[in-house]
Design a protein around this ligand. Structure first.
Ligand code: GLU
Length: 499
């Protein structure tokens, strides 16, 4: 039977495509989480489905409101809008697991009544003892099912005594469970390798494997894309789906992201929160582009617009093997995006980077900043690098490159600097063309090639031999700052008294 509308009968196959991202709010949104979110978002958008954001906050000790906000901020920066979830609501809510405790209780009761689950009163000490005994025998600990067959009146008696049981799922002792994975194909697990795992804790909260099944089923999730590290959880979840009579979603386990040393990506590799990449001056489009390539590809194309990603993203093209996070490639992708993005758009973003660095940017117009971006975007890989580079365009104290000063700010070159001061002082039309004219006239007057005049000027204005085109640079710096720097340069000539 095909379900229409928002029926929440989980035993019926969802008609609609619904994907979800289900982070635990125990920290910021990191690169791995962002990539999982992106793949689910892309697939939902590709298929014209719904993208749900669900907050899995049942680990009360480690969850925080601050982390929820950090995750939402990260999602917003990436542009991964959600159709249902926090702040937007939806007809399958609530979207915070801690607001769904009654639902889990109800589902647990259903399993208890059907004989698929049981109360377990084993204490921590008893379990520790069993664990130690298993270790002694060189075996891995598995709960032996001691409370499986407690009679109902014993359970009642223990509860009346105030003992707080957990609820365990009764795993079939024979047979196999097959995860028909969209990425890996069928993966078979023997049921006897699982012990009777806990689904409800003694405090009444659900465990991850239980809550995720109840929620995915009731929220009619059609596809679950998540990291490979969850593959071993999936057979347990499938057993719960079957016991509850729920229809299975399609599962796809996406490859892990490794650092360049091929260990699991972590802070050690410099990969922290997604927002740290925003602060470091990566463009959202570029970061999303880079993330998409971690475990997915489309021919040998490297640069994708969001629309192309949505159009091309498909699950069969997801790799089975781990992806390696390569910061050099990320820089390259960002540089491509800087070049391709209109300067006016970048200028808006650059402004806040400059302001944060304390550059006097308030007085600068948007057009001036766009001009700055025009000059710098071919030479820099991130907005932070652009900010470093841009320093000499502002009336700030310059750091001079000693070698360049020694080579170009010499007594022999004094007439060049003095000549430029004289020419610029008299110039009322401050344009790159007029500035170019002044340089050429001076070169001719001194019997030099243009380059012979430009290099000393560059060191005087930018503090080193590196700058964009001199005429455009001088135009953007403005007459006042150019003259100030040239006069200051005279004082850098050895033996000179600063004027
Ligand atoms: N809250 C789980 C996690 O963050 C979700 C895993 C899943 O997608 O099922 O790992």
């Amino acid at each position: 039977m095909i379900v229409t509308g928002t029926s929440t009968n989980p035993a019926e196959r969802p008609a609609a495509v619904r994907l979800r991202f289900a982070p635990s709010p125990t920290g910021y949104l990191h690169v791995g989480g962002a990539r999982t979110a992106l793949f689910n978002w892309l697939y939902a958008r590709h298929l014209g489905g719904t993208f749900v954001l669900r907050i899995e906050d049942t680990d009360v000790a480690r969850s925080s409101e601050e982390s929820v906000q950090a995750i939402l901020d990260g999602m917003r920066w990436l542009g991964l809008n959600w159709d249902e979830g926090p702040e937007v609501g939806g007809s399958f809510g609530p979207y915070f697991q801690m607001q769904r405790l009654d639902t889990y209780k109800e589902a647990a009761n259903q399993l208890l009544n059907a004989g698929h689950a049981y109360h377990c009163f084993c204490t921590k000490e008893e379990l520790d003892g069993l664990r130690a005994a298993a270790q002694e025998k060189g075996e891995t600990f598995a709960y032996p099912g001691r409370c499986r067959n407690l009679l109902p009146d014993i359970v009642q008696k223990f509860c009346d005594e105030g003992r707080k049981p957990v609820i365990r799922f009764q795993v079939p002792t024979s047979g196999e469970t097959v995860v028909d994975d969209l990425v890996h194909g069928p993966v078979t697990f023997r049921n006897d390798q699982f012990d009777d795992f806990v689904i409800m804790k003694a405090d009444g909260g659900p465990t991850y494997n239980f809550a995720v099944v109840v929620d995915d089923a009731l929220m009619q999730i059609s596809h679950v894309l998540r990291g490979d590290d969850h593959l071993s959880n999936t057979p347990k979840q499938i057993l719960i789906y079957q016991a509850l009579g729920y229809v299975l979603p399609r599962f796809g386990h996406i490859p892990m992201i490794l650092g360049s040393d091929r260990t699991r990506l972590s802070k050690r590799h410099g990969a922290t929160s997604v927002m740290a990449y925003a602060e470091a001056g990566y463009l959202s489009d570029a970061f999303v582009n880079y993330l998409s390539r971690l475990g997915w590809g489309h021919g040998d194309q490297e640069i994708f617009t969001r629309q192309e990603l949505i159009d091309f993203f498909d699950v069969p093209a997801i790799n089975k093997t781990a992806a390696v996070f390569d910061p050099v490639k990320l820089d390259w992708v960002n540089a491509q995006w800087l070049k391709a993005t209109p300067s006016a758009e970048i200028a808006g973003l650059l402004r806040s980077h400059l302001a944060k660095r304390g550059y006097p940017v308030e007085a600068k117009s948007d057009a001036w900043l766009a001009g700055l971006v025009d000059l710098l975007k071919e030479r820099t890989k991130t907005l932070e690098e652009m900010t470093d580079y841009a320093k000499f365009f502002f009336d700030l104290e310059l750091t001079y490159d000693a070698e360049s000063v020694e080579k170009f700010l010499t007594e022999a070159n004094r007439p060049i600097i003095e000549g430029l001061i004289a020419a610029f002082d008299a110039e009322s039309d401050w344009t790159a063309e007029r500035i170019e004219g002044a340089f050429k006239d001076l070169a001719a007057k001194l019997g030099l090639k243009a380059g012979g005049v430009i290099q000393p000027a560059r060191v005087a204005l930018a503090g080193s031999k590196v700058s964009p085109g001199m005429y455009e640079t001088a135009e953007l710096m403005g007459k006042e700052l150019v003259l100030k720097r040239l006069r200051h340069a005279l004082g850098l000539i050895p033996g000179a008294v600063e004027s």
